[in-house]
Write a protein that binds this ligand. Structure first.
Ligand code: UD1
Ligand code: CA
Length: 473
C-alpha cells in the first residue's frame, strides 16, 4: 500500500542541504532517553523527520547529534539505509545556535540553501518542505522563517513585527515581555538560510538570555541589522509543524496517526474494524480487503495480511506475513512468522522466530511454535511446544506434545514427516525423526528415530510392531 506521506507527488528535488537538529535531551520528556529516540507509530521521531527530508531529495542531509549520538545515528541509518547522511557531533548542548555552529566547517562554503529543521517534528510533510525551500529561493531573502498562528502559543518563540507588519525579531517565551507573549504567531523552528550569511551572523550570537544559550533565533535579527532581508512564511496547519516536547503530546500524536492509518485502511483498503478506536495498527502494515479486525488487536512493524482474514480480540501480530482467509482467534502472539492461506490459529497460540504454517494448517490453544514449520493441512490443537521442528503434511500432533529441543547446551531439530499421528503427551527428544505414516502412542518418550509406518510406545519408546509394509515406489 502506498504511504502517501512518504511520496513526493511533484517529484521535485530541493537544491538545498538539510540540517536536522537532534542533539538535545528533551528535558520535558523526563526521560533518560533522548527525545528524538522516543517512538511514534513504532518509529523514532528522528526517523520520521529524516524520511521527510530524504523524500525531497536534497543535496545532502546533515544531522547534529549529541545525547545518545550513536543511537540517534543508528536510528537515522536504519530509516534511510545506505543513502548518504552525515553526522555532526555537538559535544555540549549550548543551544540551537551552537548546534548549527557545529556544522560550520561542513556547510559554510556550500552554495546551496540550508534548510534547518528539528528532529522532534515528526508530522512534517515533504510537500511543505519543498514549498518552503522554493518560496525562500524565489524571495531572494537571506533567511526565511516558517511561522504558524496558534490559539495557545505558550512555550514557543514569537515572531515580533513592527507597525508596518515587517519582521523584527524572534523572541523566546522566557525572554518575552508580557505584551510579546500575547503574540500568537510563533516560530516553528523551520528555517532556510543562505549558508555564508548564516554562519557569518551566527558568529555574532551571544548567550545573553534567560537560558544562557546560543539561540539560532537571534540570527534573523542580526541579519536584518546588517541590511539583509528576512521573509516569514505563514503555514496554516499548526499540527504538521508542531514539535513534540512532552509525553502527553507524543500520545496525542500517536492517537492521531493511528486514527489516520485505520481510516485509510477502512476507506481505501476495505478493511472492517469492529471498533476503530480500539485497534492499534502500524502505518507500515498492509491489510487487504474484507479482513475483519476485532477490538484490542495490535499489529506492529511490517506486517502484511491478505484478503478475508479475521483477527479476534487481544491478538498481537508483529512483522509477520499472513495469507488469505486466515482466522486468528483471541489472544494470540505472532512475531516474525508466516501463516499461509486458510489456516486457523488460536485462541492463545504463540508463533515466533520464523514459525511457518503452510496452507490449511491449524494451531489451537496453548500451542507454541518457535523456528518450526507445520505442513499443509497439519494440526496441532492443544497444549504443545514445537521448537526447531519441521512437520510434514496432514500430520496430527496430539495434545501435550513437546519437542525436547534443548539438551541444556544445544538446540536440536525434530523432523516429523507426512501423515504422522503423534499421540497425546509424546516427548520427542531431539535430534529425532518420525517417519511418514508412523504413530506414537500416548505418553511415548521418543529418543530414537522412528522408521516410516511404525507404531512406537512406551518410556522410552521402543518399537512394538510394523503397521504395514511399504510398497516400493
Ligand atoms: C525552539 C526555538 C523556538 C521555536 C521552537 C519550535 C530556539 C532558541 N528556540 O525552541 O523559537 O518556537 O523551537 O519548536 O531555537 N538542539 C540541539 N542542540 C542544542 C539545543 C537544541 O541539537 O544545544 C535541538 C533539539 O534536539 C531539538 C531542536 O534543537 O531537536 C530544538 O530544540 P528545543 O530545545 O526543543 O527548542 P525549543 O525550546 O522548543
Ligand atoms: Ca522543541
Amino acid at each position: 500500500m502506498e504511504k502517501d506521506h512518504h511520496s513526493n507527488p511533484q517529484n521535485q528535488k530541493a537544491s538545498a542541504n538539510v540540517l536536522i537538529l537532534a542533539a538535545g535531551l528533551g528535558t520535558r520528556m523526563k526521560s533518560r532517553k533522548a527525545k528524538v529516540l522516543h517512538e511514534l507509530a513504532g518509529r523514532p521521531l528522528i526517523a520520521h523527520v529524516s524520511r521527510a527530508a530524504q523524500t525531497i531529495e536534497p543535496e545532502r542531509i546533515y544531522v547534529v547529534v549529541g545525547h545518545q549520538a550513536a543511537e540517534v545515528e543508528a536510528a537515522v541509518r536504519n530509516e534511510l539505509g545506505d543513502r548518504s547522511v552525515e553526522f555532526v557531533i555537538q559535544t555540549e548542548q549550548r543551544g540551537t545556535g551552537d548546534a548549527v555552529m557545529a556544522a560550520r566547517d561542513l556547510l559554510e562554503n556550500a552554495d546551496a540553501t540550508i534548510l534547518i529543521l528539528s528532529g522532534d517534528v515528526p508530522l512534517i510533510r515533504p510537500e511543505t518542505l519543498l514549498k518552503f525551500v522554493t518560496q525562500h529561493e524565489t524571495s531572494g531573502a537571506a533567511c526565511s522563517i516558517l511561522s504558524v498562528k496558534l490559539e495557545n502559543p505558550t512555550g514557543y518563540g514569537r515572531i515580533v513585527r513592527d507597525e508596518s507588519d515587517s519582521f523584527m525579531r524572534i523572541i523566546e517565551e522566557k525572554d518575552a515581555t508580557r505584551q510579546e507573549r500575547e503574540i500568537r504567531e510563533i516560530n516553528t523552528g523551520f528555517y532556510c538560510f543562505d549558508s555564508a550569511k548564516l554562519f557569518r551572523a551566527l558568529g555574532l550570537v551571544e548567550p545573553l538570555n534567560e537560558q544562557g544559550e546560543y539561540y539560532l533565533t537571534d540570527v534573523p535579527k542580526i541579519l536584518l541589522s546588517e541590511g539583509e532581508s528576512i521573509e516569514v512564511f505563514a503555514h496554516s496547519n499548526a499540527r504538521e509543524l508542531s514539535g513534540i516536547n512532552t509525553r502527553a503530546e507524543l500520545a496525542e500524536f500517536e492517537n492521531l496517526l493511528r486514527r489516520r492509518t485505520i481510516r485509510k485502511l477502512m476507506l481505501e483498503g476495505g478493511v472492517t474494524f469492529i471498533d476503530p478506536s480500539h485497534a492499534y495498527i502500524s502505518d507500515a502494515t498492509q491489510i487487504d480487503r474484507d479482513c475483519v479486525i476485532h477490538p484490542d488487536v495490535i499489529i506492529e512493524g511490517n506486517t502484511i495480511i491478505g484478503e478475508g482474514c479475521i483477527i479476534r480480540s487481544g491478538t498481537r501480530i508483529t512483522n509477520s506475513r499472513i495469507g488469505n482467509n486466515v482466522v486468528i482467534k483471541d489472544h494470540c502472539v505472532i512475531v516474525d512468522s508466516q501463516i499461509d492461506s486458510d489456516c486457523s490459529v488460536g485462541p492463545f497460540a504463540h508463533l515466533r522466530m520464523n514459525a511457518h504454517l503452510e496452507e490449511r494448517a491449524t494451531v489451537g490453544n496453548f500451542v507454541e511454535l518457535k523456528k518450526s514449520r507445520l505442513g499443509r493441512g497439519s494440526k496441532s490443537m492443544h497444549l504443545t511446544y514445537l521448537g526447531d521442528a519441521t512437520v510434514g503434511q496432514n500430520t496430527n500432533i496430539g495434545a501435550g506434545t513437546i519437542t525436547c529441543n534443548y539438551d541444556g547446551k544445544q538446540k536440536h531439530k525434530t523432523l516429523i514427516e507426512d501423515d504422522v499421528k503423534i499421540g497425546s503427551d509424546t516427548m520427542l527428544v531431539a535430534p529425532v525423526k518420525v517417519g511418514s505414516g508412523s504413530v506414537t502412542a500416548a505418553g511415548a518418550v521418543v529418543i530414537e528415530d522412528v522408521p516410516p509406518d511404525t507404531l512406537v510406545a512406551g518410556v522410552p519408546a521402543v518399537i512394538k510392531r510394523k503397521l504395514k509394509s511399504r510398497t516400493a515406489e
